[in-house]
Design a protein around this ligand. Structure first.
Ligand SMILES: [Fe+2]
Ligand SMILES: [Fe+2]
Length: 364
């Protein structure tokens, strides 16, 4: 932070402040984290302690208090003391996946306030800011080309892989890690297919599906398998808040992740088509060709007697027929589901008929 060639430094995030149309500074970034209840109790307490220190030691420029369009900069010459307290805040920002930049300048613009540690500079020119405009794009065109945000999806993939790579549990269960990552990608691809056909937010659906099982990185937790939807949402929350998505969309994504196991979340949300797509895509992925092979091997099908096999297959078929009409969140998911189930049913029917054919002469 002490770069002798620059007089001023500022720590800022990626999101713009409405009154300045410049990136928000570190204190505004934390105000949002607190408002959205992103940090856990311990970290919130740490932040409150740091914030109290700043309230006592760093004056609050009246221009900031009045929300005038000014930007505050620390003076690099006196920043050492501040930095001692700023460092844990930077650590918190990293912990909650909030990207930040250290921005240096010697030309901050017109200085309207100054104390020992900081200055406030007026933003250039007069800004008139209108409310968010409706999209220029006609409805049909929006539906035709909603597309995905490759950058956001890449950041989500990166986050998921990092969580898996850092996982102590996965480091000793490499095969589970590989399976979980492949499964997450398959679910995301099914989610993408559904969101395209249904006109849902494709990026949000893919992000939600990629992260739906991220809690597997914790291994079998206290609440067991049943908790992993809610745990995944808790792990994904700080990351999603750092992506700059609208709050209601973040909640929709997290709600879908939280309810994908047992239809229950530990926070308020709505069972929207997007939220339901997470569980639907997950269920659809349970019925792929490889799973047939895996299930039959796990159940010891090859070691069963002819009678046991017949019995086993009849029970399986009865269960599959029951599942065939399962209600899903969207029409597209139901179509995909029935397509997968039909494939399963015809495979098991064929296998059953082969068992019967191998036991004697069947007439007719
Ligand atoms: Fe899951
Ligand atoms: Fe899953």
């Amino acid at each position: 932070m002490s770069r002798p060639d620059f007089r001023y430094v500022r720590i800022q995030g990626k999101e713009f402040a409405r009154n300045t149309m410049h990136a928000k500074g570190i204190f505004s970034m934390f105000a949002k984290l607190i408002q959205n209840e992103v940090m856990d109790e311990e970290d919130t307490a740490l932040y409150n302690e740091l914030s109290d220190w700043f309230s006592e030691n760093l004056p609050w420029p009246p221009q900031c208090r009045n929300q005038e369009p000014v930007i505050c900069w620390f003076k690099t010459e006196n920043s050492d003391e501040m930095m001692k307290m700023i460092r844990p805040m930077l650590w918190l920002l990293e912990r909650y996946d909030c990207p930040y930049y250290l921005v240096y300048t010697n030309t901050p613009g017109e200085i309207v306030y100054e104390d020992k540690y900081q200055i406030a500079a007026r933003v250039d020119g007069f800004l008139h800011i209108d409310e968010v405009q409706p999209s220029w794009s006609p409805e049909e065109e929006r539906e035709d080309k909603p597309g995905t945000d490759a950058g956001l999806i890449a950041r989500t993939e990166e986050f998921l892989k990092r969580k898996f790579d850092e996982s102590e549990y996965f480091s000793s269960h490499e095969d589970e890690k590989t399976y979980r990552l492949e499964h997450s990608y398959r679910v995301a691809n099914i989610g993408l297919q559904i969101s395209r056909a249904e006109g849902l937010d494709q990026t949000a659906t893919v992000v939600a599906c990629l992260l739906h099982d991220v809690a597997y990185c914790e291994g079998p937790g206290e609440g067991g398998w049943r908790e992993h939807g809610r745990r995944s949402a808790a792990i994904a929350r700080p990351f999603l808040c750092g992506l700059g998505l609208p709050q209601d969309l973040i909640n929709e994504i997290l709600y879908g992740i939280a309810i994908h196991v047992d239809d229950e979340a530990d926070f308020e949300g709505e069972r929207t088509p997007l939220a339901l797509t997470v569980g639907d895509a997950d269920n659809i992925d349970r019925f792929d060709a490889f799973r047939i092979h895996e299930t039959l091997s796990r159940e010891g099908f090859l070691d069963m007697s002819a009678e046991e096999r017949k019995d086993h297959l009849e029970k399986r078929l009865a269960r599959l027929r029951e599942l065939f009409d399962l209600k899903m969140g969207t029409k597209t998911a139901e179509e995909l589901w029935r397509e997968r189930l039909s494939y399963y049913i015809s495979f098991y029917e064929k296998l059953l008929s082969q068992q019967t054919y191998g036991t004697g002469i069947i007439d007719g």
